[in-house]
Ligand binder design. Structure first.
Ligand code: 3EB
Length: 314
């Protein structure tokens, strides 16, 4: 049977509902209690958009809180989160992925469909490597050891923060979602080695045939064509290239899918917001209502990239 999975980006509700809640305000933390898994990653919201991202499934939700691992299990979807130190990043990432994926497998949720990664100082050095590369190596090692095939990677986000700590959280299902690649881009797991000794292991998007209809979970998407960054230092051109990539992913997944229900925009420089907002408004002007958009300050993994956009079509 198709899994039940729902996602909304919206205002905080007074009666807290069951599910995964990602908030951007308050001290960085992860906790699972009752029917809720609450995550405040080390990101900075760009006020006044203090939206809450909520994901939920069907049936009673059961939580398990055993730091560094926090779980929330519905009938046919599992949310899992890991919070720990981000030093040394390679080892911590390897452990986080190993523990998260083992916990998913033990509960019968073999297939991670979507994963988010946040950690500090993404352009800093660790053992003569950029920390983003150390992260890629730790992640690839864990996924290899667990024999996750390259064509079955989850959609992903990896963003640098200004608060220490590694936050990894995911959505896993019992049956696989379909990985979608972007025909305008080389698959990240086939990037040349100059970006990282172990290539980034993620799908550009995953398409889940959910009970209520198809859902497309779109990875963090940036101004990259082929494997190369485009339009260094030109935020408007980067925004236009990024929405072309989002459009290409929508095409690849199937135009019968609705447009994005919500988007999250990560900006390296908050002052670029108005320029990027104009590009997004133009792109989705035919949609009514258009996507709910959340704005966050964050460091994209390549220093020349000024923004990244992720989202959900459902
Ligand atoms: C890119 O397309 C831009 O390493 O998990 C976007 C989303 C990016 C996820 C990751 C990296 C990751 O390569 C960067």
């Amino acid at each position: 049977m198709a899994p039940h999975l729902h996602s909304r980006l919206g205002s905080p509700v007074t009666t807290p509902q069951d599910g995964l809640h990602v908030r951007l305000e308050g001290p960085a933390s992860v906790s699972a209690e009752g029917g809720q898994l609450r995550i405040v990653p080390g990101l900075e919201p760009l006020a006044p958009d203090l939206y809450v991202e909520r994901w939920w499934g069907e049936g009673p939700a059961r939580s398990m809180d055993a730091s560094p691992l926090h779980l929330l299990e519905f009938d046919d979807v599992l949310f899992a989160a890991w919070q720990g130190p981000d030093q040394p990043l390679r080892d911590q990432t390897q452990q986080a992925y190993d523990q998260l994926l083992r916990a998913c497998r033990e509960r019968g949720f073999e297939h991670p469909a979507r994963i988010w990664n946040y950690f500090s100082d993404i352009h800093g050095d660790e053992q003569d490597r950029e920390r983003y590369q150390a992260f890629c190596v730790g992640r690839a090692e864990a996924l290899e050891a667990l024999e996750v095939p390259l064509g079955s990677m989850p959609a992903a986000t990896a963003i640098g923060t200004r608060k220490s700590g590694l936050f990894v959280y995911l959505i896993a299902t019992r049956s696989p979602a379909q990985a979608i690649e972007n025909p305008r881009q080389v698959s990240a797991y086939h990037y040349p080695k100059r970006y990282s000794p172990k290539s980034p292991t993620f799908a550009r998007a995953t398409l889940l045939q959910a009970e209520q209809g198809p859902m497309l979970m779109v990875s963090g998407t940036a101004s990259i064509v082929g494997h190369e960054s485009r339009h260094a230092e030109d935020v408007v051109a980067q925004a236009r290239e990024t929405v072309r990539n989002l459009h290409a992913l929508h095409d690849a997944a199937g135009r019968e899918l609705p447009g994005p229900a919500w988007l999250r925009v990560y900006l390296r420089h908050p002052e670029d917001r108005a320029a990027v907002a104009a590009v997004i408004a133009e792109q989705y002007k035919a949609m009514n209502p258009g996507p709910v958009v959340q704005w966050v300050r964050g460091d994209i993994c390549r220093p020349e990239l000024l923004l990244e956009i992720e989202g959900v079509h459902a």
